[in-house]
Ligand binder design. Sequence first.
Ligand SMILES: Cc1cc2nc3c(=O)[nH]c(=O)nc-3n(C[C@H](O)[C@H](O)[C@H](O)COP(=O)(O)OP(=O)(O)OC[C@H]3O[C@@H](n4cnc5c(N)ncnc54)[C@H](O)[C@@H]3O)c2cc1C
Length: 306
Amino acid sequence: MAAVDYDLVIIGAGPAGLTAGIYAARARMNVLLLEKAVPGGQVLVTDWVENYPGFPEGISGYDLAEKMRVQAVDLGLKIDTSEVHSLNISKDSKEIVLKDKSIFTKALIITSGASPNTLHVGEDKFVGKGVSYCGTCDGPFFKEKTVVAVGGGDTAVQEALFLTKFAKKVYLVHRRDELRATKILQERALGNDKIEPVWDSIVTGLDGFFGLEGVKVKNVKTNEEKTIKADGCFIWIGILPNTSFLNDSVKTDEYGFICVDETMQTSVSGVYAAGDVRDTPLRQIATAVGDAAIATLSAEHFIENN
Ligand SMILES: Cc1cc2nc3c(=O)[nH]c(=O)nc-3n(C[C@H](O)[C@H](O)[C@H](O)COP(=O)(O)OP(=O)(O)OC[C@H]3O[C@@H](n4cnc5c(N)ncnc54)[C@H](O)[C@@H]3O)c2cc1C
């Protein structure tokens, strides 16, 4: 194998990347973690986490992310603020291309996570002016206002419930006639006086001049259209993998999530993926952390044998 800068490089410092970093640092590997923004990933925009073991009262997303970061750094992990632009990888050479330099590594773990999907109804114009993908971050700006929440999964329902702390009314627009969220969340949402479900409906447009004033919705069964007067629109309609830098270097599924085997190895030996960026039936902190532990052990074996 050609000369390398590191034994292991990890891309993305969410729960998966930080866990891989903790395991690699404890194994005294020559490791670098690259993060384009602030370590913590999606957990940083999560208000309250109550399903991660060890915190029976729950913990704020910020505090959990910070605990993970501190644990990793205290163990000696080096975290660089750099965005990965592309990869040139094969079985024998792994080049990670950053803005102004390239790094070569023996093994690579991709933990670049995922980002929210968009509605494609011109919401770009209103981001920061009423449209948001993060209730935790922007909910407090909508005190005593009317908002629309779009989606029917766990995140949408959890965030809609969070919005009721501030908004006077939350319309929950969902394209089906029942929610996908876990039963306990459904019960809480449907039992909340401030939440009004708008069933069988999709968002077709956004109205407003300087800021958002209304959300156009269409009933997919009756084709009836109406505009809900609203100051905010929160969108949680699924996520897309953060894989623009991959250049088809590893195999992905039809949605772009990275395919791995049970050792978290991708289609290229020595390249692993963990957490939300991989094809997985569940995208949570606990699963991201578990994937990352397996990926790091697999990377360690690869480095020892190559
Ligand atoms: C609003 C909300 C609420 C949630 N609530 C819960 C909850 O209560 N419980 C739970 O278990 N899960 C929850 N989740 C899901 C959980 O946050 C994710 O499953 C988890 O964060 C995935 O971790 P990850 O490390 O795989 O990816 P991410 O957290 O997405 O982290 C990926 C990191 O990679 C970085 N990155 C991306 N591309 C690059 C690049 N090219 N170069 C360098 N760095 C890059 C990103 O900046 C990011 O920091 C919630 C998610 C959201 C959005």
